[in-house]
Design a protein around this ligand. Structure first.
Ligand code: OAD
Length: 244
């Protein structure tokens, strides 16, 4: 299984969260923009901040890291094995790249729901409204992005799927995540305890590094294509000559 974080989308031009200088949380305060209380206090500000991020995500294109994960999914499917792709990202780039089964732990920024009743509202029903934020055509409550905010629970179903995948996998790839946000951060530890090989791909060391079997140090967009080639060559009995 693969768990991805903001680092995999960095090469597509989407800012990460915790990197000094460039991370979103180095410029904006999460408690003012990414909590239900913040939305209650300043709904227009929060809506506009997510509208800005929605636009960046909509214009972004998947990079070689995303594409390599599509290759891995295809490869394992053809062999009759499971491949679970679990992401903390809300940008939808794994879907754009072509992965089929994606567990989006923190929601999707392109999807919109209402604050009071969680009605999912299609784009055509809110995009032409002038109110900021637009309101729910069914109940009149303000609309918000369908992402998980600080202080909110992850959807039960996706969490159960992620937990199960972590318990059953043989190889766990942790890609471009600081491994600081729970419950996602626990998935690698669950997999490790169950005997999976844990491989971390990151520009930096993280809280996971000490427990990981391997740290592949560098950009996901460069390492993942090499790793994909290595898996495929090894499994087909060919010798892999280029070191990863
Ligand atoms: P972070 O910003 O915390 O971490 C990004 C990680 O990616 C860091 O460890 C970087 O070193 C690494 N990185 C950056 N560029 C990279 C590259 N090209 N290749 C490989 N690694 C790279 O982002 P997340 O761990 O995803 O939650 O953050 C987890 C959650 O915290 C997010 O989903 C978001 C945030 O608050 C919600 O919005 C609910």
């Amino acid at each position: 299984m693969a768990l991805t974080g903001a680092g995999i989308s960095a090469e597509s031009g989407i800012p990460t969260f915790r990197e000094a200088q460039t991370g979103l949380w180095s410029k904006y305060r999460p408690e003012e923009l990414a909590t239900p209380q913040a939305f209650h206090r300043h709904p227009a500000l929060v809506w506009k901040w997510y509208a800005w991020r929605r636009q960046i995500a909509a214009e972004a294109t998947p990079n070689r890291g995303h594409v390599a994960l599509v290759g891995l999914e295809d490869y394992y499917r053809k062999k009759g094995c499971n491949f679970s792709l679990i992401t903390q990202n809300v940008d939808g780039l794994h879907t754009k790249a072509g992965n089929h089964d994606i567990i989006e732990l923190h929601g999707n920024i392109q999807r919109v729901k209402c604050f009071d009743s969680n009605h999912i509202i299609p784009y055509q029903d809110w995009s032409t409204q002038t109110a900021v934020p637009p309101t729910c055509p069914r109940c009149g409550s303000p609309l918000r992005p369908d992402v998980v905010w600080f202080g909110e629970n992850l959807p039960r179903k996706v969490l159960d799927q992620a937990w199960q995948a972590a318990q059953e996998c043989q190889i766990f790839l942790s890609i471009g995540t600081s491994s600081l946000v729970e419950p996602a951060a626990s998935l690698a530890h669950i997999a490790h305890r169950r005997g999976a090989l844990v491989i971390e791909i990151n520009l930096d060391t993280t809280t996971l590094t000490a427990q990981a079997d391997y740290l592949l140090h560098g950009k996901a967009g460069e390492i993942l294509p090499e790793l994909f080639a290595a898996f495929v060559n090894q499994q087909s009995g060919q010798e892999f000559t280029e070191g990863v």
